[in-house]
Design a protein around this ligand. Sequence first.
Ligand SMILES: [Zn+2]
Length: 105
Amino acid sequence: MNYDRWLCPFCGSKADINWDETTVSLAMRCSCGALALAAPTIDRDEIIDDAINIFKIKISDKAKGYDAKILEEMQTAGLRIWQGENQKVTDGPWGEFTSYWFKMD
Ligand SMILES: [Zn+2]
């Protein structure tokens, strides 16, 4: 069971550089500098939490708990964000994975 749709939406290459920092999500880095984080689609918070830690973005109290607002504040902070491909990696509600791609301007 593993997500393998690491096609970078920024440059079109397949991301294949392992990410050494500890993350809750699966992580992969692209040669263009983008970072991809993948997790079950129903657990998207996990990806967002990892990204906040990695890019050290300050999220306002009023955005906490609201994914859409948090993503908006991350973009305001200079992070470009794309959603990647979904992939069913195993059965059940936790079996569908999605990825988000992040690149700092
Ligand atoms: Zn790339």
